[in-house]
Design a protein around this ligand. Structure first.
Ligand code: KG4
Ligand code: ZN
Length: 342
């Protein structure tokens, strides 16, 4: 079964063809970083305009790389899927309308997918051993969530951020330090040359809950940066290293604690921040120590991509939980939360 997926929830235009949930025949991603970098964050209006410019090109490339043309589309593609939320309204609209149009033209079922579910299962694309139950740790620019995955479509939400998302904290700290958007990759890079212990940022453990709070660390970076010379590269490296250490310890400690508490033998990471080299290393170490198997997606599946949407759509088809033929009801849901499949 081949599924064509379109993902446009934020600032990446992506399209992918995936066979039977795991065989990624193509996964094309067009990044808008250069457009948003000068504003130090994603500008929603610009994001939707860029999606409009790029979406047809990206879909065509995804089909081409999968050896499919518009002539063979009908024979080759079984389902079309798209992200319908959560995300930026204008951005989501471009992906949903494109998917709907293709779905009408080629008379294919359309499967709307929740973006968070894409991140939850992204490690399962490359690793068939990742089967529920497991603990999902979603750490991205828009989300920080600990979720018990009982099955595809059956979730128990444990906790989320009370203020900034994990990636948002990286992006805001980078902005304070005068570093470009997105902040995560550059903080990760500079942290490699810095001293983890040079600044003590508290670890916001939020005891008694599975929630997170990162805005305090970000404010601590702001206060500290006013007292030192942030034109000095070694000072920047040290702040980056100490900041990354504090975030990594918080995320890894709470996640491992949750897996132990709920007797889960597997943890899967997803979302852009799971590219972070220290977070990956710390998860590997701590999970080994606690006899938990950790699943880390390749970087291309950590950040926003359409292959993860196709993977979830495949499982929705297997469970017969897709919307068809009433596709006209598929519309965007910018504030969509994680929901169990009905
Ligand atoms: O999953 P994603 O592509 O988009 C959302 O759904 O939000 O995540 C983007 C986020 C950004 O905040 C970016 O700074 C962060 O992921 N990120 C990182 C790293 N690479 C990307 N954060 C920390 N370390 C990294 N290496
Ligand atoms: Zn995302």
């Amino acid at each position: 079964m081949k599924i064509l997926a379109i993902e446009t929830s934020c600032d990446d235009t992506s399209s992918s063809v995936v066979e039977n949930g795991n065989k990624v025949l193509s996964n094309v991603i067009s990044s808008q970083i250069s457009v948003h970098a000068k504003y130090n964050g994603v500008v929603p209006e610009l994001a939707s305009r860029e999606h409009i410019k790029n979406v047809n090109i990206v879909v065509e490339q995804a089909l081409k790389q999968a050896n499919i043309s518009f002539e063979t589309f009908d024979k080759e593609i079984d389902y079309i899927t798209c992200t319908y939320g959560p995300g930026l309204a204008g951005s989501l609209l471009v992906g949903v309308m494109t998917a709907k149009t293709l779905s009408y033209i080629y008379k294919k079922p359309l499967i709307p997918i929740n973006h968070i579910e894409g991140h939850i299962f992204s490690a399962a694309i490359e690793n068939k051993d990742l089967k529920p139950p497991f603990l999902a740790v979603v750490i991205s620019g828009g989300h920080t969530e600990l979720v018990i995955i009982k099955d595809y479509g059956k979730y128990k939400f444990l906790g989320g951020t009370r203020d900034d998302a994990c990636g948002e904290a990286f992006d805001k700290a980078a902005k304070i330090l005068g570093l470009p958007y997105p902040g995560g990759p550059i903080i990760d890079k500079f942290a490699e040359k810095g001293n983890n212990d040079s600044v003590h940022f508290t670890r916001p453990m939020m005891k008694g809950t599975w929630d997170f709070s990162f805005s305090g660390i970000k404010t601590a970076v702001l206060n500290y940066s006013k007292k030192v010379d942030i034109k000095n590269q070694q000072t920047i490296n040290d702040i980056c290293a100490s900041f990354r250490q504090a975030i990594a310890e918080t995320v890894v400690t709470k996640s491992v604690e949750a897996a132990k508490k709920f007797n889960l033998e597997k943890i899967a990471l997803g979302g852009g921040v799971s590219c972070n080299s220290l977070i990956r290393d710390m998860f590997k170490q701590q999970c080994k120590k606690n006899k938990i198997k950790v699943f880390l997606p390749s970087p291309v599946f950590c950040t926003d991509n359409a292959a993860m949407i196709a993977h979830v759509a495949y499982h929705k088809v297997l469970k017969k939980k897709y919307v068809y033929p009433n596709k006209s009801v598929v519309s965007i849901k910018p504030s969509l939360e994680l929901e169990n499949w009905k």
